[in-house]
Every structure is written in C-alpha cells, then in structure tokens.
Design a protein around this ligand. Sequence first.
Ligand SMILES: C[S@@+](CC[C@H](N)C(=O)[O-])C[C@H]1O[C@@H](n2cnc3c(N)ncnc32)[C@H](O)[C@@H]1O
Length: 399
Amino acid sequence: MTQSKALNIESVLPAPDSSARQQSERLITRITESMHQQAGVIGFDQYMKMALYEPGLGYYSAGSRKFGSEGDFVTAPELSPLFSQCLAQQCKQILNELDSASILELGAGTGVMAGDLLLALEKQDCLPEKYYILEVSADLKQRQQEYLGKTLPHLNQKIIWLDALPENKMTGVILANEVLDALPVKRFKKTATGFKELKVGLKEATFNWVENDAEVSLRKTLQQLENNLSLRLPENFTSEINVDLGQWLSALNGVLEQGVMLFIDYGYSAAEYYHPEKSDGSLLCHYRHRVHADPFVYPGLQDITCSVNFTAVAESADSLSMHVSGYTNQTYFLFACGLENLVADMNTLDSKTQTKIAQQVRTLTMPEEMGERFKVMALTNNYDSVLQGFSLMDQRIRL
Ligand SMILES: C[S@@+](CC[C@H](N)C(=O)[O-])C[C@H]1O[C@@H](n2cnc3c(N)ncnc32)[C@H](O)[C@@H]1O
C-alpha cells in the first residue's frame, strides 16, 4: 500500500453510509457472540480474522471498494502495470528453467496483477501451464473473475480459482503481494510481571484492549524471541506476532515440489521490528486513504494490517528445509528485473503519459514511498539458480 497521511484518530473520518454502518453493526454482533462463548474476550488474532474475513461481513469478504483512489488504499500492481511487468521478468526466468511450471497467486485483490503478469508473459512467449488463484474472499474472487474475463478472455482457460491449496504438488512460482500483512496476528505487551497478551473485550458497547497473562506457549515464543535478539524488551513494549506463520508456510511448502515462493510486503528484520524504540508495534488500519492505529474503528469497513517480520519468515522456511534465496527491497528488485528498460521503452509516448509513468516509478521506488518499506523475499525448493530480482542487491545478511 502506498503510505497515506498519518492521522490523528480524534479527527473525523469520513462517515460510512447507512448500509455500510449496518454491515459493521452486524459484524460487531457476530464478534460479540464469539466473545460471549469465550468468557467475554477473544485473542486479537481472532478479532482480526473476523474483522477481515467473516463471511459476508468482514472487510475482505463484504462488497466495499477497498482498492484504488476511491477505496481505502492502493497497492503496487494497482498503481502501475510496471510492477507486474517486472515481476513477470522474474517469473520468466523461473518458468523457463522448470518443466510444466505453473503460477499460484495468493490473495489476488482485484486481479490486476494476474492480468498484467499474464499479458507480459504472453508477449514473451512464456505463459505458465496454469495460473492458479487462491482467494479467501468470495467478493474479491467474483471481482477477479469479472475483470480477467473481460480483459483477457483468450487466456481464461489458463486461470483456475481455488478455495484451498491444491491437493497435488506443483512446480513453478507462488506469488503473494501484500498478503502476509493481512494474516492475523496476536498483540502482546511486556510488563514488570512478564508478558501479557492484549486480547479484545467489550466495554460500554465498544471493543477495547484487555490485558491477560500470556499463555505458556505465547510466553515461551516471546522469551525465545528475546533470546534470539539478545535483548530484554523494555517495560510497556507492545507489539505483534504471527504465531501461525510456521503452519501457514508449512502448508505452502507441502504444495511446492520445485520452484520459488516470492513474498512482497512491507516489513523488516526481527531486530528492526522489535527494536526497543518501536514500542507500539506496527498495527495499522486503512480507511479511505487515512491511516491510523485503532483496529476497533468501524469493524469490517477498514483494513487492518501488520508489518511482516521477515526474519520470522526466513526462520520458519529454514525449519521446513526451504532455502531463503533472496531478500531485498522493492527498489532493488524492480531495477534488477529491468524497470529501467521498461521505462525507456515508453520514450515514444506523449509527454503527459510519460509524466504519469515517472510519478508511478517514483512511488514504486523512492525510499520514503514504497521503495524501502517494501521487501521481497524468495524461498526456494529444489531450485538453485541465482534469481534475477536479487542480482543487484541481496540483503539476507540483515535478517
Ligand atoms: C491487501 S490485499 C492485496 C491484494 C493484491 N495482492 C494486491 O497486491 O493488490 C490482501 C489480499 O490477500 C487475501 N488473503 C488474505 N489472507 C489470505 C490467505 N490466507 N490466503 C490467500 N489470500 C488471502 C485477501 O482476500 C486480499 O485479496
């Protein structure tokens, strides 16, 4: 997502219309019912899961616009086709080196990345066997089907939507742009009496944070984290952790017999993520291009995200015997995949279009925009080639 202005939550957010309000109220009722079944509190991971994915009501499951200038945020493939065209260069290398290779995209949003990627690969006579899309949101799946049906009717037989990971193993590429940041996380706080889990309760008809002693498994995970980082987190340090990451990755690992997983997302190494100065975590909410940190505002109408701890992704991959084959930022990745050549090809376009493209390139690559905040990580199974996207700069040493 492009970085919108940080917002003082006190200032007024645009008011939702009455049908959006009703959807949010139905979701609040559903979440409250779950709380009643669990002694009045639920983990933040469960809250986030319901707020984003509760069938028909969650942010991603219901019909709000979400993407683009009239939605809540803009992602890189929505911003410019150059992003997907660069990614296509990386996919081309992998598809050319493997037999009968396919692509599996997780969380395809509006489907625009799939469309631009397939067109770029078609131009270079390098289409995958199949292009699978695993989308957890029924609403987005429908939007993807409409969009790709209209824009690429001749390639539609290649695209297969899945409701769960494929049962048969595949060879090729697994892609996920801004999916890891949408996976539910737990929130915790370090106190003088040890680690607490910040759960979600209800007070005077509003959701609020409830501090509980962390259960043994979470406590052990956090103590292990401190040991790995060789530091003791300061009192009141609050942050997030995805305790299901290993399981999620293990399921993907079970599918990819040979090939590469490419994860693109905003995030950092564990040392940066849990730096004592970053003492309020990295939970962020996006609502109509306003960014704030209160996940209890308009449940179901705003996106809730959390930066990715890429060291944790690498460690999970390691424990699954996958190879971490590259880690870099978006700028280096895009330039290594030929962004400069793609832009040069556009020299013949009119000046207005060129200005627009120059602005897109700036947003994709400037450090204060998406260039440094966004990282690309490659995990490989039975694939040894040096990946093009990491040939300019590989920052695995930072993990
Ligand atoms: C921020 S959007 C990014 C969409 C798109 N990749 C883009 O860059 O525009 C997150 C996407 O991930 C999907 N998603 C979330 N959890 C998922 C999961 N476990 N598996 C597959 N997709 C998931 C959401 O439904 C949504 O399509």
